[in-house]
Structures are given as C-alpha cells and as structure tokens.
Design a protein around this ligand. Structure first.
Ligand code: RUQ
Ligand code: CUA
Length: 676
C-alpha cells in the first residue's frame, strides 16, 4: 500500500515514523544497536530483548507511541454504551482523553448534580411520561457533523439505544448541549447518521411502537397497530441544535429497522436502512405457560431467506412534507406509509437474511450490506437502484404495499468474506474492511471500478486479519466520509478473554489499533476499555477540531455558549434578599469563593450564581454542597446557576472539589440554614 492522505505530520510524528522504520530494520537484523534511545546512547534491541519483545512487537510499540507533550493525529469518539457517555480516545496512542457526560449524570463534570446546565439538558431530554429525569442511556452510534461529506469538527450526535433519544455535543467545549426524546420512538439502534451537509441527523426506531391513542396494543395486532419510524431531524447550522418543527418522520412497516447510512456524492439525497424480522415475529416461547417453545423470537425472526433494505429518497420526502402529505403524531410531522409508498419516498430491495451493517462507500456508488447469517457482503449499485426505480422494475410489494425492487437488477456483486460479516469501513484506495464477528477477524476486500479498482481486481477478498475477540464495529480514519484517510483502523472487540490482567468476572472490552499501511495488515496495540459498552465510533483528524476552546469567554453559559444572565464579575459579588428568596452572586478563583459564608433560613429558596473568573487553562474549580447533593464543575470563564429549596436546617460545609492550587483545601465555606 502506498502512503495515505491525512493531516500534516508533526515534527515528532515524522521522526517517530522514521524511528519505527529504522527500528524495524535494525531489530529485524537480530537487535543491532541503534544510535538513539533513552539517554541518547540507548540500545533499543537490548531493551526489547530484556522485555521479551519480538522485533515486530517492539516496532509496533514505536509506531503507536506518542511522547508526552506531542499530540495524537486523530481522535476517536466512541459510544460508551450503557454508561450513557461518550469516550474520547487518541490515535495512535490509544489513550483515553475524556469521558463526556451525555445521558448519565457525571459528577466530575458536575453534569446532573444540581447545576442548572446539566439538570436542564437531562430534564429537557426526558419524556415527561417517564420517571424524571432519566438517569441513564445506552449510547450506540456517534455521528460527526459534516460539510460536503467530510467531518467538519463542529458537532457530535449520538443516540440512546434504550430510550429512542439523541444528544448533541458541541466540539468547542466537548459538552452536551441538547437531548431530544424523539416522538414515536421507544428505542433506536444503529439508525443514526448525518447527511453530507448536516441538513439532517437521521435516527430510526428499532422496536416498532404501537401507534394507538393509548400507546398500548396487544401483540396479536402487531401488523395492524405497530409501526417503525425513520426520523429526519433538521439541524440549525449555527448552533447544531435539533429544530423539531422543520423535522419529519416516515412511517415504516413493523419490521425491526437496524443499521442505516446516508447516501453521498453518487447517492446524495438517499438514505439506506437495513431491516430484519420482516417475519414480524413477536416471541412467545413461554407465554404464561401456554407458549410455544419454538416461537422464540430468534427462531421465528430468521425464517425468511430475504429481509428488506429500505431505500429512502429524502429529497422526495421533503417535497412530500412541503406539499402537506403528512399527519401529525405526538407533535411530529409523519409521512404515512401509504403516502411514502405512493410518492416514491420508500422502496425496498431484498437482502440476504438478517443483515446487519449497511455502509455506503466514499464515492457513494456502492451500498455494502453485511450478511450476519450469510457469509457474503452484498454490494448494491446506486446507478442500478435509480434505474430500477425509474423503470418500476418491481418484484411485487411487501404486505404494506411498498414496492420491492428486483434483486438481480440492483445487486452489483457479492463477495464471500467469512462467518458473521457485520460492519464495513473504507480507505482511500477503493478497499473495504468488514468485521467478521463469528470469525473474530476483519476482511479486507476490493470495491469495483466506480471506486477506482480495475475490473479484473474488483470485488475480491484481499486478506483477513485476526482480532481478539468477537469484533463488532470497526473504524478507519474519516471512514464514513467522501475522503477517508486510510492509515489507521481500530477494531472494537466485544471480548478480551485472556488479553489483560484478570480484574474479576466483568472483563474489559478490547480496542485494537491496526496499521493500514502495513502489508499484511497488523495489530499495533491493544487498549482495554473498562467503561461499557462501546458500540460505534468515528475517527477524525485532530486538525479538524480547530474550534476547540481552552477557556470560556468570562461568564459563559455552556448550554447556550453565550454570556450567562447569571454571570458575575470580580467586585460584583453580593447577596440579594426578597422575602424567602435569596440570590447569591459568587465568584470562584484560587483559592476562595466570594462570599464564602451564606446565611439563610429553613424554607428559603436559594439561588447561587457562580462564575469562575479565572482565564488560566486548567484552573477549574468544583463547588460541592454534599448535604444538598450539589456538585458543580466550573471551568475557567464558566458561569453556573444552582437553585435549592432549603428544607433541611443545619450548618453545612461547602468546598471546591478540584485540586486547584496549593491552598485548594482552604477553598471551602459554609452554608448556614437556621431552623425556621
Ligand atoms: S450495531 S449491537 Cu452498532 Cu453492530 Cu449495535
Ligand atoms: Cu478551587 Cu480547589
């Protein structure tokens, strides 16, 4: 493989690459001495030998090592699964840089422990019909915002598998700004993607939902009363926020809608969703004792030879919405299923049974479907799909009247890869990489002429690399964009088994860094993941994140990114009382809160307006009142608001939770609540 595109290589990285190459040669030559090392005269060969490393292992270490003070070339944003959070990891160092609080309260960031911003975001993102506010989510599919089909480093979206919600994180400060509990979606799974100019963030349902008034329907009415939904959330281009009144949904049959991807370039204007359980099985293997053991969902939902790839023309959907072809369901504009079928918004194509991933290649010409129960990747051609739609080249309809395109007329190729193909990523040379769950391997294969591969080399398996173990997703640098970088790939392995020191019965998962420039492919590093359970990730060049703030403008509200109405400047500290209402305007700086003693009475309503008036990077202060379950993190320049009903009398300690200075321990005070 030739050298790949990517960000400008830093001085140290260039040196690192040279060192790696040199070490590879030197170590390969039985540990010959190298002219550099720990103290300028070290001997890498004997260090490797002393540590019992093979030359390959020592070289892999050099290729992924990033010295302190140098920066990683890429960041990956990984879902944190049922931790509800997002993990930020450097590549190639494979070091965890940050855990972003998203759907679950996170004390270090003061997210959801009393400050207005965390509480507000979590409360606004919880359907009031559920117990409030929801305290966990199951983050699955991150989607970085895009401009012209490439990551623009502005926003990150991620869905909540558990509750059918979606969150927006602003990459200026890596904080969650908005959570939306999406109408008509109980759950979602892999249906999260952005369109090439972030016109929409798409999210589809996983489990179909009853569309009855009460939200209840017996399973005997599954076909009649349950529906899936494809949701197109319009995005405000300046703030990245969801704009509900410009958003719409498309009603879908009650199949299980699974992974999805946006069309790009050749397929711009389309979206693709896989489905399974087109059998519409509802389980029932032990239904109050009279179930049928053979009726388990897993056996009934795998009967059909084919499930249905959903092909959505979202430009047509926009026209349909503009022409009024919608009903309103729970406040959301919905294109009814019949309308979607009649207006050509929705077509189906058969796909081998129980497919999982659907991934569009960088040119947008090929739609690659992983078979799960089929050893093939099935490749569909957008040219053929468009021609078949124009010619109404149908093989009948599904039970809901949606036309099914003839498989032979839309399928470009099938490539046998191995057992359990799931997800596919791409490089810049027309190659695809598909995870094989059952094989615990990744298959590298070639796409076709539209991706720059010659006819005689097209659609072939190139090689397979074992990974450890049970791989789910995988990611390549800019692997979901029109311009992938190649260079690095990371395998997200569900099981680690024997790879790490034993830490009890719940084992870490294993991210493995793979060198895409090596031939054959090889693993450079393992990274245990002790926060579960990652699903999808995206990898973006660090130099795209050029808007990242080091400190806030003084008095910023992180939710709005504007000056907060609660901002307090130095010298403006004060206490205002109106009857039972007490407003405390407070500043924090090394090493004191001003004021540091607050005198109130039981029954008062206390409002704290606190600004960290520092402008020094890292000079974060915490603010905790443990007796009232309050814990804020106030980054330099940040303003927070805390509101408390003072029901419990006492003399309560408050303190700074961040080791901010030599006199950090002195940064404390008193909340005095006199008995009524
Ligand atoms: S899909 S179990 Cu991302 Cu393979 Cu979720
Ligand atoms: Cu401020 Cu410790």
């Amino acid at each position: 493989m030739s050298a790949k595109g990517g960000p400008t290589i830093t001085r140290r990285t260039a040196l690192g690459a040279a060192a790696g190459a040199a070490a590879g040669v030197a170590l390969g030559a039985a540990g010959a001495r190298l002219g550099f090392g720990a103290a300028g005269g070290g001997d890498l060969g004997s260090v490797a030998a002393a540590r019992g490393l093979t030359p390959e292992e020592a070289e892999a270490a050099l290729r992924s090592y990033v010295p302190g003070g140098d920066l990683d070339e890429y960041l990956i944003f990984a879902s944190g699964g049922h931790s509800g959070q997002v993990l930020v990891i450097g590549v190639p160092s494979m070091r965890l840089l940050k855990v972003i609080g998203v759907f679950t309260p996170e004390p270090w960031q003061g997210y959801g422990f009393g400050t207005d911003q965390g509480n507000r975001v979590l409360a606004e993102g919880s359907d009031p019909a559920k117990s409030l506010p929801l305290r966990w989510g199951d983050t699955h599919h991150p989607a970085l915002s895009e401009t012209e089909g490439d990551y623009d480093g502005r926003f990150l979206y991620i869905n909540d598998r558990a509750n059918g919600r979606i969150a927006m994180i602003d990459l200026r400060d890596f904080k969650t700004k908005q959570i939306l509990d999406i109408p008509n979606l109980q759950t979602s799974h892999g249906g999260c993607f952005v369109t090439p100019n972030t016109e929409y963030v798409h999210i589809s349902s996983m489990t179909p939902c009853p569309i009855t008034e009460s939200g209840y329907a017996p399973l005997s009415r599954y076909k009649e009363d349950f529906r899936g939904f494809s949701t197109w959330l319009a995005i405000d281009p300046d703030t990245g926020r969801f704009v509900l009144d410009k958003s719409f949904q498309i009603e879908l049959p009650p199949y299980t809608q699974d992974l999805a991807d946006a069309g790009k370039l050749a397929s711009y204007g389309f979206g693709f969703i896989n489905s399974y359980n087109t059998e519409m099985a509802t389980g029932g293997n032990f239904h109050e004792g009279h179930g049928d053991p053979a009726a388990s969902l897993e056996s009934t939902a795998t009967k059909n030879d084919y499930d249905l790839l959903h092909i959505i023309d979202w430009k047509k959907a926009e026209e349909t919405v503009a022409a009024g072809g919608v009903k309103v369901l729970h406040g959301m504009k919905v294109i009814p299923l019949e309308v979607a079928a009649d207006e050509g918004v929705l077509h189906f194509a058969p796909e081998p049974r129980n497919p999982h991933g659907v991934d569009v290649n960088p040119t947008g010409d090929y739609i690659c479907v992983g078979g799960k129960l089929d050893p093939n990747a099935s490749v569909y051609s957008i040219d053929k799909i468009k021609a078949a739609i124009d010619a109404q080249d149908y093989d009948g309809t599904d039970p809901f009247g949606v036309p099914i395109l003839r498989l032979d007329s839309v399928l470009e190729a099938q490539v046998e890869l191995g057992a359990g193909p799931l997800h596919t990523q791409f490089d810049d040379e027309g190659h695809a990489y598909t995870s094989l769950f059952v094989d615990s391997a990744i298959a590298e294969w070639t796409l076709g002429p539209k991706a720059g591969i010659s006819e005689d080399q097209a659609f072939r398996l190139v090689e397979k690399i074992p990974v450890h173990y049970n791989i789910g997703h995988l990611v390549t640098a800019h692997g979901d964009t029109v311009a992938p970088h190649g260079r690095y790939m990371v395998a997200l392995n569900k099981w680690s088994i024997d790879r790490f020191a034993p830490v009890g019965t719940l084992h870490p998962q294993n991210f493995q860094l793979i060198d895409l420039d090596a031939e054959p492919l090889r693993v450079l590093a393992d990274m245990p993941i002790g926060i579960g359970e990652p699903h999808y990730v995206q990898m973006v060049a660090l130099d795209r994140l050029d808007r990242t703030l080091r400190v806030y403008e003084p008095g910023t509200d992180p939710v709005t990114m504007r000056r907060s109405p609660h901002a307090v400047a130095a010298g403006e500290e004060r206490v205002e009382r109106r009857g039972r209402e007490v407003d405390v305007y407070m500043t924090a700086m090394r090493s004191h809160f001003t004021p540091d003693v607050i005198e109130t009475r039981q029954g008062d309503l206390l409002r704290l307006h606190i600004t960290n008036i520092e402008q020094t990077p890292d000079a974060t202060h915490g603010f905790a009142i443990p007796a009232y379950d309050v814990e804020a993190s106030i980054d330099p320049g940040e303003a927070v608001a805390i509101e408390l009903e003072l029901s419990r009398p006492g003399s309560f300690a408050m303190y700074c939770t961040e080791f901010c200075s030599a006199l950090h321990l002195e940064m404390q005070g008193w909340l005095l609540v006199a008995p009524a």
